[in-house]
Design a protein around this ligand. Structure first.
Ligand SMILES: [Zn+2]
Ligand SMILES: [Zn+2]
Length: 315
């Protein structure tokens, strides 16, 4: 099993001809989650051939323009496309005020329900949960209230060994309990341990998204072994003073965090416009953390437990 992550924008601050501001689309367990929504996000979604109607949840990390100025446009397009499904937006409380004002002054009465879920950046909290996925927000350290997001597949069912069903004559009605990890008791009262009837489930995957943040040592209290960690790397070590001042991170610091939280792989992004060649970020991070990937506009990553591959959606 795998999940797909499409980078829609990997730049910071202002859009350039090569880099859109931050937005990512995560497809996990058939669910589409849009993470941040910088200017131009809807055009990038179009190029990535994303069905707009599949997006029911949008997560905004903080209220710097490069992370949410694309939102009213996208919400408005959903409206013009006569969407009927509710849209859920998770973000800082002030985002609701801003959206309400925008739609009030433009005299827009949305044709679909918009549910707003305010986030807080004091402690880790569960903000979404369904049968297969749970999502947490957790505090980051930036010049304005900012949260990261952790997307986590729930523990999967155990795999039943087919031969054992025949061997013991297990009834269909007992199978779900066995898949859930319960032992089985035969009609004659014989106790069979679950381990004898099943094999371990596929590992649950996770994606941790750390948008704008200064180096934050305490992240390891909230993140434990994510399959993939996205961590901003706005600057290189040479510009560490600037990173500290603007509450951003260097590539080296992102690599240290990846090691600290025991991530399997690290994805870098949110590059400052001063760096034309993004390979320098990988060069700086690689000696500290071995599995490093670089975000790039319209690059789609396929993430499984054992591997990460990517393809360019521009091609
Ligand atoms: Zn930013
Ligand atoms: Zn920011």
């Amino acid at each position: 099993m795998n999940y797909n992550l499409t980078v829609l924008g990997c730049g910071s601050a202002t859009p350039t001809s090569k880099r859109n501001p931050t937005a990512q689309l995560l497809k996990m367990q058939e669910r589409f989650f849009l993470i941040d929504c910088g200017e131009g996000t809807q055009q990038q979604l179009r190029i990535a051939k994303t069905k707009f109607s599949r997006i029911n949840h949008i997560f905004i990390s903080h209220l710097h323009g490069d992370h949410f100025f694309g939102l009213p446009g996208l919400i408005s397009s959903f409206h013009l496309l006569n969407r009927t499904t509710p849209l859920n937006i998770y973000g800082p409380p002030e985002l609701k005020t801003w959206l309400d004002t925008t739609f009030k002054v433009s005299n827009t009465k949305l044709v679909y329900p918009l549910h707003f879920h305010p986030t807080q950046n004091k402690e880790k909290s569960l903000i979404f949960e369904d049968k297969k996925v749970e999502i947490y927000s957790f505090p980051l350290k930036h010049s304005i209230a900012t949260t990261g997001f952790l997307f986590q597949e729930k523990e999967k069912e155990r795999n039943i060994i087919k031969e054992k069903i025949t061997e013991y004559g297990i009834e269909v009605c007992d199978i779900q309990n066995i898949k859930n990890g319960k032992d089985w008791i035969s009609p004659k009262g014989k106790h069979i341990n679950n381990r004898e009837l099943t094999t371990d489930p596929k590992p649950s995957l996770s994606y941790a998204y750390c948008s704008d943040t200064a180096y934050l040592k305490s992240l390891k209290e909230n993140l434990d072994s994510p399959t993939l960690l996205y961590h901003e790397s706005t600057f290189l070590k040479d510009d560490e003073k600037r990173a500290t001042k603007t509450k951003h991170s260097t590539s080296e610091q992102a690599a240290i965090i990846a090691k600290d939280v025991k991530a399997k792989s690290l994805l870098l992004g949110h590059y400052s416009v001063r760096y034309d060649d993004k390979e320098v970020f990988k060069e700086e991070a690689s000696p500290i953390f071995k599995s490093v990937f670089l975000a790039e506009d319209l690059l789609e990553f396929k993430v499984s437990h054992n591997s990460i591959t990517s393809r360019d959606l521009n091609k």
